[in-house]
Design a protein around this ligand. Structure first.
Ligand code: C2O
Ligand code: CU
Ligand code: CU
Length: 541
């Protein structure tokens, strides 16, 4: 592929001249936890001429480096031109990070607390979210200032039923604007927390929407302000949202909820800023947490339904599900048609699954995050396989998975086709992540969609690292994927709102927008999104 070769060449040049002036490193145990680290492991890094890049730097410097030397005042990082202050902040971002072993681990999985429904009326959910700055001691002897919905990390879980009318009052107690975006939910554009509809500092607004029938599933909410998403999420703003069916096939099963997120802390407990490399590759904190806890113990008493969220800013979760018989029953957009037995699953940032876990023995097992190479750039490694949780399980025999769960609508031929191409620009003066050659603009419509029509979206990752694609206001079918001319049709029918693309991968999606109005689509590596890797569509009648 011509483009691919050109890109590889450009990349190599970038690495040699720029950030890769950093070199070959050994893997320290701390970095082995998957911290935004500086060890090598990336094949291309390995292939480079370390001698010429390394100069006089030693490993200690690497470990602390937050900015490559080429990045100077005026450097264009996505939508921003870096100031001296920005650079100083990045320089400090990787200094004195807390060792992973400092955080208590091995406690029972905390349950996610529920947002209180303030009305008794049937078919109504009314709740209040305060966006607050709070302090907590996550690690004994340290204090962390974070931002939490109702002071909680993660935010309270919202549970509603299909057909409910949901009214959420949001009170913004921060000194900056925010919005609440209902990721994956089918809500009108005006209620979806678009960056154009910011809630002013100390301001409030009410979001109100009706949950459509057949939209039961596992969703979440997080801020979507202009230029602030990366920070507001890493400061702690994210919560889960579940839509239930009144009559549910799996209603008898106990449920475990696993909101997986990560946290990057300095030794004193303060949340670390983004380094340059966090912006480049997406931020991965040294702590991968489940419901805010490090390596918790999850007790599984027989067949259990798990809902799993990848709420990490950028970390890919490649979950090893070999600890039990695990059946996929739902994806981002709710139930699939028939259960799919899984050994593992890749969840890129923003994706969710529901699985039924059937322990085949009694005892203890590990839930690991398997190593996955998403082709990060610069002096960072491939995350090794590491442990996320301990599962203490009780064998279940005789549980019968239903053979069919749901029937999904059939989509006919598309009436229109949209082509989306991801590219990157990297040189001494800029690092840009682009959608069809452009950065996000608040007042440009990039794609026009006809409301209620089935339309095809062909998304092409014309870059050398994984990016994913998320679109607002709808759920799509993945029809097929293509990489290097090899086309793979989707293995099963599923509604998704977020899909990963490997380098030079192309996916063909079918979708329709049920509402009119303005919507975003973007890479859900939040740093890329925040730097402008986002486009806007308008759905019209
Ligand atoms: Cu969860 Cu536009 O994002
Ligand atoms: Cu979204
Ligand atoms: Cu990306």
């Amino acid at each position: 592929m011509k483009n691919s070769k050109q890109n590889m060449k450009a990349r190599r040049q970038f690495l040699i001249k720029g950030s890769a002036a950093l070199g070959a490193l050994s893997i320290s145990p701390l970095l082995g936890q998957g911290m935004m680290g500086m060890h090598h492991g990336n094949r291309e890094m390995g292939a480079m001429d370390h001698g010429s890049m390394m100069g006089s730097m030693d490993h200690g410097m690497m470990k602390e480096m937050g900015v490559p030397p080429m990045v100077k005042e005026g450097y264009q990082l996505g939508l921003n031109q870096l100031t001296i202050k920005d650079i100083e902040m990045m320089q400090k971002a990787n200094l004195n990070l807390m060792p992973v072993t400092m955080m208590p681990s091995g406690n029972l999985l905390p349950e996610l607390s529920l947002l209180k429904n303030e009305t008794q009326e049937v078919g109504q959910f009314k709740g209040t979210l305060r966006v607050q700055a709070v302090k907590a001691s996550l690690v004994p002897g340290t204090e962390t200032s974070f931002w939490g919905y109702n002071g909680m990390l993660p935010g309270p879980q919202i549970v509603v039923y299909e057909g409910d009318t949901v009214t959420i009052d949001v009170i913004n107690e921060l000194d900056e604007e925010t919005t609440v975006h209902w990721h994956g939910l089918l809500v009108p554009a005006s209620e979806d927390g678009n960056p154009q509809d910011a809630i002013k500092p100390k301001g409030k607004r009410t979001y109100s929407f009706k949950i459509p029938q057949n939209s039961a599933g596992t969703y979440w909410y997080h801020p979507h302000g202009h230029g602030t998403v990366s920070k507001q999420v890493f400061m702690g703003l994210a919560g889960t949202f579940i839509v239930k069916k009144r009559e549910d096939l799996f209603a008898d099963l106990p449920e475990k909820h696993l909101l997986i997120s990560d946290l990057k802390l300095h030794e004193d407990g303060t949340i670390a800023e983004n380094s340059f490399f966090d912006w480049m590759n997406g931020r991965e904190g040294q702590f991968t947490l489940i419901n805010g806890a490090l390596e918790p113990v999850i007790e599984v008493e027989g067949a259990t339904r798990f809902r799993v969220w990848n709420a990490c800013s950028a970390r890919y979760l490649y979950l090893d599900l070999g600890f039990a018989d695990v059946y996929l029953i739902a994806t981002d957009g709710g139930y699939i048609e028939s259960p799919q037995k899984l050994d593992n699953i890749l969840l890129s940032p923003g994706e969710r699954i529901e699985v039924v876990v059937i322990p085949t023995r009694t005892g203890s097992a590990k839930l690991s995050n398997l190593s996955y190479n998403r082709q990060k750039m610069g002096p960072v490694s491939v995350s090794p396989t590491y442990n996320l949780a301990t599962i203490k399980m009780k064998k279940q025999s005789g549980y019968q998975m239903p053979s069919s769960i749901n029937s999904l609508p059939k989509y006919g031929e598309p009436t229109k086709s949209h082509s989306i191409e991801y590219t990157e620009v990297m040189n001494h003066n800029q690092l840009l992540f682009l959608v069809n050659g452009k950065m996000h603009s608040l007042d440009r419509i990039d794609e026009v969609v006809s409301k209620d029509s089935i339309e095809e979206w062909i998304v092409f990752n014309n870059s050398h690292m994984d990016h994913n694609f998320h679109i607002h206001g709808t759920q799509f079918y993945v029809i097929e994927k293509e990489v290097n001319g090899v086309v793979t049709p989707a293995a099963y029918k599923a509604f998704k709102d977020t899909i990963n693309l490997k380098p030079y991968e192309r996916v063909r999606l079918l979708m329709k927008q049920d509402y009119k109005g303005l919507r975003m689509y973007h890479c859900h590596i939040l740093e890329h999104e925040t730097l402008g890797m986002m486009g806007q569509l308008e759905s019209i009648i």
